[in-house]
Design a protein around this ligand. Structure first.
Ligand SMILES: Cc1ncc(C[n+]2csc(CCOP(=O)(O)OP(=O)(O)O)c2C)c(N)n1
Ligand SMILES: [Mg+2]
Length: 241
């Protein structure tokens, strides 16, 4: 929250915002302002894991819009060639910033197969189903850890809002959004399942209170942190190696 609001105590000292938020401590490397560039970075991180002989697996997330970028395919080639432990996760929420996947991709019908020329196995997953996502992720991690190379997961999902404040999302009907909220919402689905399995309303309320507290604490932490000093304008930009 501190990084999102440009505060000194944010992960990138308030100078990265949502697009350049990194935490080495948590092995989290962005975010990138150039759509698709994080895929090449994630591939490089997977290379580092392999080079260092760790069993860590890189996970590169990108949208179905980003999946049309050239460097995604350069990354696929290197990852497959060097059998890098990298999971490519396409968050297919059907829309980019200005249009639908059908209007921007000739592979819209099956994005899970876009790694086929490099023999990267791909799986289409119901990204709104927690258990399906968990199971697919386990398969992908096991594949990478076995040294077989990269794996691709196409997560079928949805976003209720536009890409950002500059996207009024005129490329779809409001009824579609309402329908998705009503029938596919992953939190509602889990709520229903847990109810059926015996979680009481009281317990749900406790969870809500706990989550609100976490969010409020984060907001308070951010608000209490100052903006970075002007003298920080030229710091944290370049690392001399
Ligand atoms: C190289 C490049 N082209 C265009 C943009 C502008 N842009 C930012 S987000 C976006 C759409 C990305 O769509 P998708 O990958 O589906 O992500 P989603 O909006 O669904 O999160 C575009 C075109 C950019 N940041 N970088
Ligand atoms: Mg998208």
């Amino acid at each position: 929250m501190a990084e999102l609001t440009g505060r000194k105590d944010g992960y990138s000292h308030g100078k990265g915002g949502s697009m350049h938020m990194f935490s080495r401590e948590k092995n989290f490397y962005g975010g990138h302002g150039i759509v698709g560039a994080q895929v090449a970075i994630g591939t490089g991180l997977a290379f580092a894991n392999k080079y260092r002989g760790t069993d860590e697996v890189g996970v590169a997330y990108f949208g179905e819009g980003a999946a049309q970028q050239g460097q995604v395919y350069e990354s696929f080639n290197l990852a497959a060639l060097h059998k890098l432990p990298c999971i490519y996760v396409i968050e297919n929420n059907r829309y980019g910033m200005g249009t639908s996947v059908e209007r921007s991709s000739a592979a819209a019908h099956n994005l899970s197969e876009i790694g086929a020329p490099w023999k990267i196995p791909g799986r289409k997953v119901d990204g709104m189903d927690l258990f399906a996502v968990h199971e697919a992720a386990q398969e992908a991690v096991a594949y990478c850890r076995a040294g077989k190379g990269p794996f691709l997961l196409e997560m079928e999902t949805y976003r209720y809002r536009g890409h950002s404040m500059s996207d009024p999302a005129r490329y779809r009907d409001r009824s579609e959004v309402e329908e998705m909220r009503r029938t596919r919402d992953p939190i509602e689905a889990l709520h229903k399942l847990l109810s059926e399995k015996g979680t009481s309303d009281e317990e749900f309320k406790e969870i809500d209170v706990e989550v609100k507290q976490i969010v409020n604490d984060a907001a308070e932490f951010a608000q209490n942190s100052p903006e970075p000093d002007l003298s920080e304008l030229w710091t944290d930009i370049l690392v001399e190696a």
